[in-house]
Ligand binder design. Structure first.
Ligand code: HPA
Length: 261
């Protein structure tokens, strides 16, 4: 049986042209429905989920992160590779940079951030010292080398609530806190993946310098334009990463899980 891998495409990535014979499918979960394209790449079975919907109809704070991750779990998938458009707080990570992030800071405010709401579900406090699967991060980095795509190894992603962009003062504070990149979606997605015992890693694509660092006002159009420039490289990186994933899991992600029904 082919190894199953999920790809979660963020802003600007709504399908993947490398998927052979993609079919649309929906999965019903206790948290709502999730939608995928199921296809193949070589000997991998790939489930592609467009985080914002195929027409970017879902803002970051309204994405049903729980349904998406619960559906991936229900499908029997253990590895999730995600993309994220981000603003950069660092001159050394200019627009166009691809960063395999290794930490996050959570500045979200209103999102359901756990599968475990007490009562029958219990209460779960997972460890997130290392929030992204180290083996999956290496798979991304190896795939980058294999296709000669330069990737930055490590970066701290700060997740805001959105959907607005930040103030210049917020960005200044985030930089002092140690954040390198700012985006709106990696939390609670990474958290829920860990609760579900999935291996999860993200490649962040810098679409702009963040507010106050950029000399011009920010716009969603600017983000989309940079994503469009990098889409084909990212599409290829994602499927090549799927090929790097082994059937045997040697990380501690499965053990970190709570008992997701
Ligand atoms: N801020 C927050 N999210 C983003 C940005 C940004 O500057 N660019 C792309 N996603």
């Amino acid at each position: 049986m082919a190894l199953k891998v999920a790809i979660i495409g963020g802003t600007g990535l709504y399908e993947n042209p490398y998927l052979e014979h993609p079919e649309e499918m929906a999965v019903e979960t206790g948290f709502g429905r999730a939608f995928f394209y199921r296809g193949r790449y070589r000997d991998r079975e790939i489930y592609y989920l467009a985080r914002h919907g195929t027409g970017h109809g879902l803002p970051p704070h309204l994405v049903n992160y729980r349904a998406n991750i619960a559906a991936i779990k229900q499908l029997g998938i253990s590895a999730v590779i995600a993309t994220a458009a981000v603003g950069s707080l660092r001159q050394g990570m200019p627009p166009g940079s691809m960063v395999v992030i290794d930490q996050f800071i959570d500045f979200t405010k209103s999102r359901p951030a756990t599968f475990f709401e007490g009562g029958e579900d219990g209460v779960v406090h997972i460890d997130l010292t290392e929030p992204y699967c180290p083996v999956l991060r290496q798979a991304l980095l190896h795939a980058g080398s294999a296709i000669e795509e330069k990737l930055v190894d490590g970066g701290c992603y700060l997740c805001t609530e959105g959907p607005r962009f930040e103030t210049a003062a917020e960005i200044k504070m985030f930089a002092q806190w140690g954040a390198d990149l700012v985006g709106m979606t990696n939390v609670p997605e990474a958290v829920l993946a860990r609760e579900a015992g999935l291996c999860y890693a993200t490649v962040a694509l810098v679409s702009n310098f963040a507010a106050g660092i950029s000399t011009a006002p920010l716009s969603h159009q600017e983000v989309l334009a940079e994503m469009a420039r990098q889409k084909s490289s990212l599409d290829r990186l994602l499927v090549e990463t799927a090929l790097q994933i082994g059937a045997k899991r040697s990380c501690s992600c499965p053990a970190a899980a709570g008992p997701l029904k």
